[in-house]
Design a protein around this ligand. Structure first.
Ligand SMILES: O=C(O)[C@H](O)[C@@H](O)[C@H](O)[C@H](O)COP(=O)(O)O
Length: 223
């Protein structure tokens, strides 16, 4: 695991946006299209605000959420909604969003169909994921039902997730799909998450799902 420390969240947003834009540009010099995975939550917003102005051929970039809360895009909790508002604007308005939500279907029914729409775009070129204070990443939560399946090397691309106490079900990319990204970045802020990250390094991924990604990831941290 490689950790990059920034003096504050603003520097981190700029630094991370630069790195992601450079990696996408490098991919687009060799390939027709590039696949960028991004998380929901509150941390990536400032990164999106900078990244959306990057000079690159956004018309050849596909953007896929790392996970989705089972809500229509117009809902305030939708990750696609956040991505559409904060990332797919300015120059990045040309990019194409791959939604992880189907109206009138449950996550369980939709997962195989959505996986089919994701498959032609894989593997991921650049992935950005977040981490919760409980060490979950994407929507792979500690000890959730089906955790072993989500961590397995041969897991389906997308898994439905139901967590007691969460306001809605979710869907998430499996750990191996995120791990096989050419470039994998984890973005976290604050001392509590830094401490949780350090704790995760000594734990089994079923207890601390972020641990499944750390060997292959660059972690970006700001106080
Ligand atoms: O939709 C989501 O909730 C996520 O993709 C999730 O994995 C998120 O990245 C972490 O929970 C961190 O969230 P914060 O950035 O809000 O702390």
């Amino acid at each position: 695991m490689n950790i990059v420390e920034y003096p504050d969240a603003e520097f981190m947003a700029m630094g991370l946006a630069d790195v992601i834009a450079a990696q996408l540009s490098a991919v687009l010099r060799l390939a027709e299209r590039a696949l960028l995975v991004v998380p929901g939550g509150s941390t990536p917003g400032p990164v999106f605000d900078t990244l959306c102005g990057a000079r690159l051929d956004w018309g050849r970039v596909d953007v896929l959420p790392s996970d989705e809360r089972w809500r229509p895009q117009a809902h305030i909790r939708s990750n696609a909604g956040l991505i559409a508002q904060r990332l797919l604007c300015e120059r990045a308005a040309e990019a194409r969003l791959i939604p992880l939500y189907l109206e009138e279907a449950s996550p369980e029914e939709a997962a195989p169909r959505l996986a089919e729409s994701v498959a032609p775009h894989l593997p991921i070129d650049v992935a950005l994921v977040g981490m919760g204070g409980d060490m979950h990443t994407a929507s792979i939560f500690p000890r959730m039902p089906g955790i072993e399946a989500a961590l397995a090397h041969d897991a389906p691309t997308l898994l439905p997730v139901r967590i007691e106490g969460e306001p809605e079900p979710r869907i998430t990319l499996a750990a191996h799909v995120l791990r096989s990204a050419m470039h994998l970045h984890v973005v976290i802020t604050g001392d509590d998450k830094r401490a949780a990250l350090e704790r995760a390094r000594g734990l089994d991924a079923a207890e601390a799902p972020i641990a499944a990604l750390l060997d292959d990831a660059t972690v970006h941290w700001a106080p």
